[in-house]
Design a protein around this ligand. Structure first.
Ligand code: SAM
Length: 307
């Protein structure tokens, strides 16, 4: 038995899980599709696309092509940003007649910087069921491999193309401490990076996530200060689809604590640990115990370094 036989035999019991889930009629299934590599689709998404009566999609040609790669041929209904409201009524009529309908976009998760939200809203308001089939999303893929602290992130999506409006959005975003997530197309990447460089501190980290899951996939992390040099160093770096992640602002608390650490480090060179902590507390207003703990750490690190 080969490795691939082993892998295939492992999938069979998982199909039992797929089938155990209910796929009720009169339901809209919001199905995430790949953002590049056709392999990034879930078994449950494939099963759902197989059993639905129709697929509402952003572009019937793109979706027809994608479905054919999975050996599927379905009735396709065009549902793009210009006809979402009218198409919602048609979908509701079909759902009320008991059909199962899938909603997909050209790539990734529908309704995330893509059409779909208005349809979902209308279907819900009509009292019908909407079920998500989770999968690829460029934003989440980029965040997961960025190494930035993402306990909090703010999804911006595409910035306005007009410079005045873009500046005004960036000014609003400046104090935000969460990691910011931007989407960008190749013809605007250089302009957008220049706008970020103008608007934010040069020390902030930026992550370029380019062509994720595709042949020329690339992720690069640097400071804003180095961002323009990086994208200009190779013409390929302005090609393809991009997610940009930008580190959030330091909090006032972070800055005050960093200042206290700076003073503590200087005083530790001149006086005993307890006294250095007490003096730093007096100067900065930070807690003496926390400074004492930190002083111990700094001293230990210093001793370790001294070997
Ligand atoms: N609904 C999609 C999602 O879930 O991520 C986003 C669709 S939005 C119209 C298209 C934008 O997503 C692109 O301009 C790019 O910013 C980002 N994107 C899509 N695929 C990508 C990929 N493979 N690598 C990097 N960014 C991608």
């Amino acid at each position: 038995m080969t490795d691939s036989d082993n892998n295939l035999s492992a999938i069979a019991p998982i199909m039992d899980d797929v089938m155990r889930q209910a796929y009720p009629p009169a339901t809209l299934y919001v199905v995430a599709t790949p953002i590049g590599n056709a392999g990034d689709i879930s078994l449950r998404a494939l099963h759902t696309l197989t059993i639905v009566d129709a697929v509402a999609c952003e572009d019937t040609r793109n979706t027809g092509h994608l479905l054919s790669r999975y050996g599927l041929s379905k009735h396709l209904i065009a549902a793009h940003q210009h006809n979402e409201r009218e198409i919602a009524d048609k979908l509701i009529t079909r759902l009320q007649a008991g059909e199962r309908i899938a909603l997909v976009s050209d790539a990734g998760t529908p309704a995330v910087s893509d059409p779909g939200a208005r349809i979902v809203d209308a279907v819900r308001n009509a009292g019908l069921r909407v079920v998500p089939l989770p999968g690829a999303s460029a934003a989440v893929a980029a965040l997961s491999a960025s190494g930035l602290l993402n306990d909090e992130f703010h999804f911006v999506g595409f910035l306005p193309s007009k410079s005045k409006q873009r500046e005004s959005v960036l000014t609003t975003l400046k104090p935000m401490t969460a990691t910011m997530v931007f989407y960008e197309a190749p013809h605007r990447i250089a302009e957008t990076v220049a706008a970020l460089v103008d608007a934010f501190e040069p020390s902030r980290q930026i992550v370029f996530a380019r062509e994720l899951t595709k042949l020329f996939e690339e992720m690069h992390r640097c400071t804003l200060q180095d961002a323009i040099t990086w994208i200009n160093a190779d013409a390929n770096r302005q090609k393809g689809e991009f997610v940009l992640l930008l580190e959030g602002a330091q909090t006032a608390g972070d800055n005050e604590w960093m200042e206290a650490e700076r003073i503590l480090t200087i005083l530790l060179q001149e006086c005993p640990l307890k006294q250095a902590a007490a003096l730093t507390a007096q100067i900065t207003g930070q807690k003496k115990n926390a400074l004492y703990e930190r002083a111990l750490q700094l001293k230990n690190t210093g001793e370790d370094d001294a070997g």
